[in-house]
Design a protein around this ligand. Structure first.
Ligand code: FMN
Length: 213
């Protein structure tokens, strides 16, 4: 095993930091926001995940001061859209560093679809989307307690969109939706196969911890 402390790796052995290559695959937080002034923004964030199933909390982390976090903090709202294999190039295009106020929807040739409960639209061609209201903004600290440039924006899901064509036997058909996820370096993965495991303590129900709602 190679052991090293972050920031002090052997760059001959490990020319690229393997951190993002081992925390994999990371779901892509394709985040749309709208500023108070009506500027539209869309960008991918792979430091994204769900943190609680009830209430449903999701969050994305910005490694520096970027528009998505700024607009979400300013308005208290953001929308997540699922990035899929079919949308991979357009998703990637939305990571371009455009001047504030210039819409990545237009830049990437993506249509918007209106949200129901928040101002920012969702990606029309994406098969799933979450409308979220910001619950916490966490400035990330290092082990000395000093602020880093990173900000984690957490939000509660207040509305969910699902493409009914992808519903199969009461479940969202992931293999048909083909979501993509981020790996390390310039690599991604795509969901093409899933498998089931029954939890031992859930009476055979693999959704053991699901809350009634
Ligand atoms: C797949 C993918 C994942 C990304 N994940 C992150 C991330 O987790 N945090 C981050 O700060 N930037 C991330 N980026 C870079 C941002 O998307 C990029 O800086 C973008 O211009 C930010 O846009 P904004 O200023 O409109 O929010 C990612 C880019 C790609 C292509």
């Amino acid at each position: 095993m190679i052991f090293f402390e972050p920031g002090n790796r052997d760059r001959k052995l490990l020319p690229h930091d393997p951190f993002k290559g081992v925390i994999v695959p990371r779901p892509i937080g394709w985040i749309s926001t709208m500023s108070e002034g009506g500027a539209l923004n869309l960008a991918p964030y792979s430091f994204f995940n769900g943190f609680s199933s009830w209430p449903q909390i999701v969050g994305f982390a910005s490694e520096s001061e970027k528009d998505s976090a700024a607009f979400a903090i300013e308005t208290g709202e953001f929308v997540w859209s699922m990035a899929t294999w079919a949308l991979r190039d357009k998703m990637n295009a939305t990571s371009a560093g455009l001047p504030r106020g210039e819409s990545e929807f237009a830049y990437a040739g993506l249509a918007t679809a209106p949200s129901k409960l928040v101002r920012a639209p969702r990606v029309a061609d994406s098969p799933a989307a979450l409308e979220c209201r910001v619950t916490q903004v966490v400035r990330l600290l290092n082990i000395e307690g000093r602020e880093t440039p990173g900000t984690l924006v957490l939000g509660q899901v207040i509305g969910m969109h699902i493409d009914e064509r992808l519903m199969k036997n009461g479940r969202f058909d992931l293999v048909a939706a083909r979501p993509i996820a981020r790996c390390g370096y310039d690599e991604y993965t795509v969901i093409e196969r899933v498998f089931s495991l029954k939890r031992p303590d859930s009476g055979g129900n693999s959704f053991g911890g699901e809350k009634a709602s």
